[in-house]
Design a protein around this ligand. Structure first.
Ligand SMILES: *[C@@H]1O[C@H](CO)[C@@H](O)[C@H](O)[C@H]1NC(C)=O
Ligand SMILES: *[C@@H]1O[C@H](CO)[C@@H](O)[C@H](O)[C@H]1NC(C)=O
Ligand SMILES: *[C@@H]1O[C@H](CO)[C@@H](O)[C@H](O)[C@H]1NC(C)=O
Ligand SMILES: *[C@@H]1O[C@H](CO)[C@@H](O)[C@H](O)[C@H]1NC(C)=O
Length: 460
């Protein structure tokens, strides 16, 4: 009975609170349909279930045989991978990764790169499929003889980055779900110019340093929900250009936090909604970041954020120091922030509400309501605004027109109650580091307090 419910869910694209989306998301045909068409088991295309094998060529051959309709099947088992795959031009194709792929190669690029494909489902039917990127061998610069003989003498420099694990480029009508992406040598999962996508029940576990983004998205009509990210950089981040992006039920379990940006020239992002975002021990709960640049980010909502022990909380930063682009600034308008609760690490050292818009293009229609962020140190929290117009926060200028630049206004809110958030169980109490291999964790069954994932995990 359950199985047919899942089949229906992925086939009919039931609308579940998806007003921010512009239409249905996900693959056009079901997993069952693809399996009935053809199954290309990598073991029949030269793969060996062994950590010292190279599954890459077998995946490429299985893809070639099934990419016009069918399923590439990677059965349970351990596989090494030293040859990266570019899977191009598929239609009505799925990849069922029930095995675990262990990186053994050292090239840059993308371990799994899917391009120009329509009606794609990339998933694990047991929810146990994973890619182990062994990123620490790049990040730490340690000799890698401790985990794989085939990588025994790489003399990699500390602080370097290797390949990304997963990149989709120009993929339409797709889903990615029930997978763990672990310790990527660089970004974990990037969606570049993708359309009508659904990503859910994902576990991303990366090293505790920058440059190891969780999920980066640009494109149109994409629903990301029920994902967990550990790293020290982007949790789930939207980049330009993007429209109709819905991000829900996200657990940033010791991460950098979620972001929009960084934004540069000709930024074009609108109709983004983040809802039910839980963040602990991150740099921020949400940063919208630019420095110079042009274009706009508008008509977006950020609701039901819970967090604690974060450095920044809500941070609009129009002078984000780390990058600068040509142009006098990105215009931010009609952005609504509602129902935020929890505590910041130190509400005076770093204002939990920081709305610092570019001086050449002051932001407007910034709406803030039900913002209850206390502090773990002291009893005061700051609000800081510059060049920011709107309502709901003491530091915002409430003028309805003539949006002129103004210098930073700081308000101190005293005796702020330390709001007691509902903690997620099993929160990390320290980063997972970069000097040792990171364990592969299973896809969790909850990603936000009290919220049940929209689609049940496939594996029991
Ligand atoms: C590792 O590389 C170094 C430098 O190229 C070489 O001298 C050494 O013999 C190599 N060790 C092994 C075990 O291959
Ligand atoms: C993607 O799905 C939508 C609706 O589900 C459909 O209208 C559209 O034709 C599909 N796109 C492609 C390229 O198959
Ligand atoms: C503001 O954005 C919301 C979506 O977040 C949209 O529904 C609304 O129409 C926008 N308002 C204006 C005036 O554009
Ligand atoms: C948070 O990450 C840690 C470390 O990987 C893990 O043990 C824990 O289960 C995660 N928490 C949840 C609720 O998944």
């Amino acid at each position: 009975m359950k199985l047919s419910t899942f089949a229906l869910t992925s086939a009919i694209f039931v609308s579940r609170g998806t007003a921010q989306l512009s239409g249905s998301v996900g693959p056009s045909t079901t997993r069952e349909h693809k399996v009935a068409t053809k199954v290309c088991n990598v073991l029949d295309y030269g793969a060996k279930a062994s950590k010292t094998s190279d599954v890459g060529p077998a995946i490429a051959s299985a893809w070639a045989a099934c990419k016009s309709g069918g399923q590439v099947y990677i059965p349970a088992g351990d596989y090494g991978m030293s040859t990266w795959v570019t899977l191009n031009g598929g239609t009505a194709v799925s990849i069922n990764l029930d095995g675990i792929i262990y990186r053994t190669g050292t090239a840059g690029g993308n371990m799994i790169y899917v391009r120009h494909t329509t009606d794609l489902e990339l998933y694990s039917s047991s929810s146990k499929g994973a890619v182990q990127g062994y990123g620490y061998t790049f990040h730490s610069g340690l000799s890698t003889s401790n985990h794989l003989s085939s990588m025994s003498n790489l003399s990699i420099q500390a602080g370097t980055y290797g390949p990304r694990i997963l990149r989709l480029d120009d993929v339409t009508n797709f889903s990615v779900h029930d997978l763990a992406l672990v310790d990527s040598p660089a970004f974990h999962f990037t969606m570049d110019t993708c359309t009508n996508g659904e990503v859910y029940n994902m576990m991303i576990r990366g090293g505790n340093e920058g440059g190891l983004d969780g999920i980066d998205i640009w494109g149109t009509n994409i629903h990301v929900h029920d994902v967990e990210v550990t790293n020290k950089d982007e949790c789930v981040t939207v980049k330009s250009p993007a429209k109709n992006i819905l991000v829900e039920n996200v657990f940033c379990n010791w991460s950098g936090g979620c972001a929009i940006g960084s934004l540069g020239t000709e930024t074009d992002i609108s109709y983004v909604k983040y809802n039910n975002i839980y963040t602990q021990n991150a740099n921020q709960m949400m940063i919208i970041k630019s420095n110079g640049g042009s274009g706009s980010f508008s008509n977006s909502e950020f609701s039901n954020f819970i967090g604690h022990s974060n450095a920044y909380t809500l941070d609009i930063d129009g002078n984000w120091a780390k990058s600068s682009a040509a142009g006098s600034g990105v215009l931010y308008s009609n952005l609504t922030f509602s129902s935020w609760k929890g505590t910041a690490s130190n509400g005076v050292q770093r204002a939990p509400m920081q709305l610092l818009c570019p001086s050449a293009v002051p932001c407007h229609d910034i709406k803030i309501s039900d913002f209850n962020i206390g502090t773990e140190t002291g009893k005061s929290v700051l609000q800081k605004c510059a060049n920011a117009y709107g309502s709901g926060a003491g530091c915002l200028n409430d003028a309805k027109s003539d949006f002129n630049s103004y210098n930073t206004v700081t308000k101190t809110m005293t005796n702020v109650a330390a709001y007691k958030e509902t903690n997620m169980r099993g929160e990390l109490t320290e980063g997972v580091g970069i000097t040792a291999s990171i364990a592969i964790s299973t896809v969790p069954i909850t990603f936000f307090p009290e919220a049940t994932p929209a689609i049940a995990r496939l594996g029991k």
